[in-house]
Design a binder for this molecule. Sequence first.
Ligand code: PEP
Ligand code: MN
Length: 364
Amino acid sequence: MKNSKEFRSWLDGMNLGHPLTIAGPCSAESREQVLETARRLTGGRVTVFRAGVWKPRTKPGNFEGVGEIALPWLMEVKKETGLEPFIEVATPYHVETALKHGINMMWIGARTSANPFAVQEIAEALKGNKEVIMLIKNPVNPDLSLWIGAVERIFRAGITNLGVIHRGFSVYQQTPYRNKPKWQIPLNFKRTYPDIPMIIDPSHICGRRDCIFEIAQMALDLQYDGVMIESHYNPDEAWSDANQQITPEALHDIIKRLIVRKPEAEEDIYRNKINEFRRHIDIIDDQLLELLSERMRVVRNIGKLKRMQNISLLQPGRWNDILEKVVEFAEKNQMSEEFIRAVYTAIHEESLWQQKNGKKIEED
Ligand code: PEP
Ligand code: MN
C-alpha cells in the first residue's frame, strides 16, 4: 500500500478540524435523543456526530440498534447543526443503506475488523464511492497485522479518505480498563503508516467516565489526530454503554481542558518531541514492570516445584547460561556488559528471594 501524504491531507481538506473531534451517543435510540444530543454538542470543537445504528453486541438479547429508521434522524442532524453523521457498518447491506440515505462517513467496529471475510465484503460494497470517509477500529484482539490488513482491504477498494481508531484490546484478566490500551500497537501502526490519521476512542478503552480525559490527553501527547467520545443527553438511561457515556456539557469541558500540541509550531517542536518521547518511555516502563512481575510469578512457581522435589534453589549452570545469553544480547544492542550484569544480578537475587519466600505467597 502506498503511503502518500494524501492520507493526512484528506482530514485538513474536509474542514472537519484538526484534531478531529467526534462525539455522539453509543446508539441512536430515538429521534428526540439523537437531535437533542446533537444540538447540545454544537458550539464547540465537535464537527462529527457519531451514533451506532446497528449494534454488534457480545451477547444476544441486548439492544441491537434501531436500524435504518435512525438514518433520516442523522440526516436531520446534519441539516440542522452541520455536524457530519458517522455510523458503524458491518455488512454490505449496512454500507448500501447508509449510502442510500446520504451518509458518507462510516467506521468498521472492533469485532468486524478482526474478520477479513467481513472486511472484504464491506470493501466490495464501497467500490466506486471515493468520497466516502472510512475509519477502521483496531480489532478486539491485539494483532497489528490484522488491523493493517483491514485498512489495506479498504484502501484497495479505492477509498483513500482513510483513518484508524484506537479503542483498546480485550483482555481476559481484570484491568482498570474495559479494553487495555496497549499503546505500543497503535504506535507501531503509526510507524508503519505515519500519514494515516489516528483517532483515540477513550470511551471504549475506559468503560467508565473518570479516565476519558487522561486517555485522550495521552493520545494527543503522542500526536494522535483526533478523539471520539461517546456522549448522550441522559447517560445514565442510555440503552448501551451507559457507564462510559457523558453529557454534552461534560464533553465540552473535557475538550476544553485537553492540551493540543501542534507539531508545526516552531517554538513547540522541542517540547512536543520531548513530551512524546517521555510518553513513550512511560509506556515501555509499564511493560517492563508487567514483565518483571510476570517473571517473578513464574519464579515463585519454580520455587514451589523445587521444594516439592527437594532440589536446591541455586543452580549455577542455569544462571551462567542466562548471563552469557544476556551479555551477548547487550553487546549487540548498544548496552554495556557492566550494565546488563548489574541488572541481571539484581533480578537473580530477587528471584532467589522469591523462590525461598514464595511459600507465603498464594500461587495458582
Ligand atoms: C462503538 O463505537 O459503539 C462500538 C461498538 O465500538 P467497538 O467496535 O470499539 O466495540
Ligand atoms: Mn459504545
